[in-house]
Design a protein around this ligand. Structure first.
Ligand SMILES: C=C(O[C@@H]1C=C(C(=O)O)C=C[C@H]1O)C(=O)O
Length: 95
């Protein structure tokens, strides 16, 4: 059975957006990797809660302006930051 062309058009767009998100995330992790190496070399703490809270406040405000759920946006950012801190901790432990 051939796919519904309207649904297929929407899905094409979703596929493009998903690909862009993967590239953006890859770029973010590429730079946070460099931050983790720098912190490990300079014996800086893996996490910076003050910086995180400022980022979350900024993201929540951007989300509200963009009509995206701020709660969801905060959860999403915290999920990513948690993974970054795990990487930073690993880089510090490897020294
Ligand atoms: C990237 C950093 O390290 C950690 C990860 C953060 C992030 O992923 O945005 C923010 C703060 C830190 O807890 C940093 O200190 O800037």
């Amino acid at each position: 059975m051939s796919e519904d062309p309207v649904l297929a058009g929407y899905r094409q767009s979703i596929d493009n957006i998903d690909a862009a998100m993967i590239h953006i995330l890859a770029e973010r992790f590429r730079i946070t990797q460099a931050v983790g190496t720098y912190k490990a070399q300079n014996k800086l703490p893996a996490s910076d809660p003050g910086r995180e809270e400022r980022q979350i406040a900024r993201l929540r405000s951007l989300a509200a302006d963009a009509k995206l759920d701020p709660e969801f946006s905060e959860k999403f950012l915290r999920f990513i930051i948690e993974e970054v801190i795990r990487h930073h901790q690993k880089a510090a432990d490897a020294r």
